[in-house]
Ligand binder design. Structure first.
Ligand SMILES: C[S@@+](CC[C@H](N)C(=O)[O-])C[C@H]1O[C@@H](n2cnc3c(N)ncnc32)[C@H](O)[C@@H]1O
Length: 255
C-alpha cells in the first residue's frame, strides 16, 4: 500500500481550459474530492468545481465528501484574530472529512480556485492538520492559473512595467494608501471600492475584471478618471444580479 496523499490542486479562475495538464493528471488520480461548500449564492462556485470535474474526469469513479465551509465571524477583536479562528475551524472541518472519507493509502484532493499560493488558506489548513499528528499523509501542491494571470492575459497586458515591481494586495490595504515603491498594484478581495480613492489621479490606468474566465466575465479598462464610476456601477449591479462577485484589478501609475 502506498502512502496516503492529499493533493491541493489549483483549478484556475473558472475556465475549464485553464486547468494545467499536471492538474488534470492529479484530478484523475484522486479517490475522493473534499468540497467545502459556501452558503447561499456562492453555491454557484461549487457548481463550477463540479463542471471542472465533469470536463476533466469524464469517467467519474471518484467520491465526493462535502461539508459546509465555516463562516468567518467578524469580531471586534480584529482581522488577524478572526482569520486565525476561521482557519482553525476550517482545519477542524477538513480533518473530520479526511478521518471519515480518506482510507489509508488513498489520495484525497482539494480543488482550489485560481492558484493555491494566492489568498487561499488550504495549504496552511492542511499544514495545521498534519501538525496535529492525528493523521499521517503526504502533501502535493499543483499550481493553477490565478485570477491575476487570467486578468492580465484577458487584458493583453503585463503586470509590471519594464524592470519595475508589482505588488499584489487587498482592497483593505489599498484603502489605507498606495503601496510604497511600486507603480503597479494588483488588488484582490476588494469589497469596498478602494480604487475610488485614486479616481482623481490622472496618471492611473485600470484593468478591471469580474468573473474572469467564466461565462459571466466583465472587463473594463481605461484611465481611472474616466472609468471609475462605470466600474463602481457595474460591480454593484453584478453583485445584485448574481448575489456575489469576484473581481480583480490592476492599477497602473504611468511612469
Ligand atoms: C480568496 S481569493 C482567491 C484567489 C485565488 N487563489 C486566485 O489565485 O485567483 C478570492 C479573490 O480572488 C479574486 N478572483 C478569484 N476568481 C476570480 C475571477 N474569476 N475573476 C476575478 N477575480 C477573481 C477576487 O479578487 C476574489 O476576491
Amino acid at each position: 500500500m502506498g502512502a496516503t496523499r492529499v493533493e491541493i490542486i489549483g483549478i484556475g479562475a473558472g475556465d475549464p481550459g485553464h486547468v494545467t495538464v499536471a492538474a488534470v493528471a492529479a484530478l484523475n488520480r484522486a479517490d475522493v474530492f473534499f468540497f467545502l461548500d459556501k452558503p447561499d449564492a456562492a453555491r454557484e462556485l461549487s457548481d463550477l468545481r463540479q463542471a471542472i470535474l465533469d470536463a476533466h474526469v469524464p469517467g467519474g469513479g471518484y467520491r465526493l465528501a462535502r461539508a459546509q465551509d465555516p463562516e468567518r465571524v467578524r469580531t471586534e477583536s480584529g482581522y488577524g484574530e478572526a482569520v486565525a479562528d476561521w482557519r482553525k475551524r476550517r482545519a477542524d472541518v477538513c480533518e473530520q472529512l479526511m478521518v471519515e472519507h480518506l482510507a489509508p493509502g488513498e489520495t484525497g484532493a482539494f480543488l482550489v480556485w485560481g492558484d493555491p499560493s494566492l489568498y487561499d488558506s488550504i495549504i496552511s489548513v492542511v499544514d495545521d492538520i498534519r501538525a496535529r499528528g492525528r493523521l499521517d499523509f503526504d502533501v502535493v501542491v499543483h499550481a493553477g492559473i490565478s485570477s491575476v494571470s487570467a486578468l492580465a492575459a484577458r487584458c493583453g497586458t503585463t503586470l509590471n512595467q519594464v524592470g519595475g515591481a508589482v505588488q499584489v494586495t487587498t482592497g483593505r490595504r489599498l484603502e489605507q494608501a498606495w503601496p510604497d515603491g511600486v507603480d503597479d498594484v494588483v488588488v484582490m478581495l476588494d469589497s469596498r471600492d478602494a480604487y475610488l480613492h485614486f479616481a482623481e489621479d490622472p496618471d492611473v490606468h485600470v484593468h478591471w475584471g469580474a468573473y474572469v474566465g467564466t461565462a459571466d466575465e466583465i472587463i473594463v479598462s481605461g484611465p481611472l478618471t474616466e472609468v471609475a464610476e462605470q466600474i463602481r456601477e457595474t460591480r454593484e449591479k453584478a453583485r445584485q444580479d448574481k448575489g456575489w462577485i469576484m473581481d480583480t484589478y490592476l492599477l497602473r501609475r504611468r511612469r
